[in-house]
Write a protein that binds this ligand. Structure first.
Ligand code: SIN
Ligand code: CO
Length: 372
């Protein structure tokens, strides 16, 4: 199916030709997109305790970084030029932003990070840099000049509080108007400069490092391995050095550790819990207690939604939600995988009892919400 916001490419064509490979500019990807937030509303979000926000300042050739949440007063004292406000996870606050993210469902959610919105006055931005992310940069209000570079020189300005490229050599540049979108693959150097007041919406896809995946997997494994027995050495050799770690012991422990095994289910369960684990600043608010009977009636009447901050994935008969997992079968499994895919269960469905019980528990934990 051709996707209009990919300039008429199908998801497959986009992935084959551009994803992780080269930039793509799509003019008028989202016609009329002015952004769903005003600059004041974005600044308001940056003042909320659970928003991850940053203010990047560039004055007299020096870069400065402040992290939120901010006092409202901070925005009244900003200079006219030389700054940019960045707010991560806007999809956790705004249903419309979450709906925008769902348009990018042609890329698996296992790769999705979040939606970041930036605001900058004329000339503002975060300087030339590269990211380890795939990103779709959607222009909201105003215009932005984007410069990209294929340069291999990724040396950074020393002692800057954020990663700024020391030598940026422009290869290409484009001016994005509201609704235009630029896809950039990871590690491609880029530099966005506001032309007048400008808001940019970035749909970011995370790419964990091999090191991070491996260390997190080892943490997971630690809680999930079950090895029997004790170290034994009936054939112990007397040694001249009592303090020496004997070669025999090293060989035997090596053999014992070779018993630490894992299969695809272990890897999938690790991925499911790791990828759905809420970020440290996210705290779910449990609602007022609702008895199972009332919950069932209300869900049938109104349907139910995943909370904007909830992350849900599945693998085979394993369902993962916000770092927890359950194993289900049959209709219940079907109902839960549909919830994971669509982030909603429509009204009017009679759900299997085990599904209702689970959903009731998740509702109690603040993972689900009734539609407003
Ligand atoms: C921005 O919106 O200013 C930053 C986006 C980026 O360069 O990754
Ligand atoms: Co960037």
């Amino acid at each position: 199916m051709k996707l209009p916001f990919l300039g008429g490419l199908t998801a497959q064509q986009f992935i084959r030709e551009y994803w992780q490979k080269k930039p793509l500019l799509i003019r008028n990807a989202f016609p009329g997109f002015g952004g769903m937030l005003t600059p004041d509303e974005l600044a308001g979000l940056a003042c909320e305790a659970d928003a991850q926000s940053r203010l990047v300042l560039h004055t007299r050739g020096k870069w400065k970084l402040e992290t939120g949440p901010f006092e409202e007063q901070r925005f009244a004292t900003l200079p006219d030029k030389g700054w940019s406000l960045l707010v991560q996870g806007v999809n956790h606050h705004l249903p419309e932003a979450n709906a925008l993210l769902q348009q990018f469902d042609f890329i698996p959610r296992t790769r999705l990070d979040d939606l970041m919105v930036s605001l900058a006055p004329d000339g503002g931005g975060v300087g030339p840099h590269f990211d380890s992310y795939d990103v779709f940069l959607l222009q909201g209000r105003g215009r932005r000049l984007w410069r990209t570079s294929e340069q291999q020189d990724l040396a950074l300005v020393p002692d800057a509080p954020l990663r700024i490229l020391k030598n940026f050599v422009i290869d290409e540049e484009w001016v994005l108007e509201p609704g235009d979108m630029l896809y950039l693959p990871p590690r491609l150097a880029h530099w966005g400069i506001a032309m007048g007041e400008c808001m940019t919406w970035s749909v970011g896809f995370r790419a964990p490092s091999v090191q991070e995946l491996a260390t997190q997997f080892l943490v997971y494994l630690q809680d999930h391995i079950q090895l029997e027995g004790l170290y034994t050495d009936p054939d112990l050799q007397a040694q001249r050095h009592p303090a020496l770690i004997g070669g025999q012991m090293v060989r035997r422990v090596r053999e014992m550790l070779a018993g630490v095994r894992w299969n695809s289910d272990d890897i999938a369960c690790f991925l499911g819990t790791y990828l759905t684990e809420p970020k440290a600043h996210i705290v779910f608010d449990p609602p007022r207690r609702l008895k199972l009977e009332k919950f069932r009636v209300r869900m049938r009447r109104d349907g139910i939604l995943l909370d904007l901050r909830s992350q849900m994935l599945f693998y085979g008969d394993f369902i993962f939600i916000n770092g927890d997992h359950v194993q289900q079968a049959g209709d219940t499994l079907q109902c839960l995988t549909a919830l994971a895919d669509h982030r909603a269960i429509p009204a009017g469905l009679g759900l299997p009892e085990p599904a209702v019980i689970l959903l009731h528990q998740w509702y109690g934990a603040g993972y689900l919400q009734f539609p407003e």
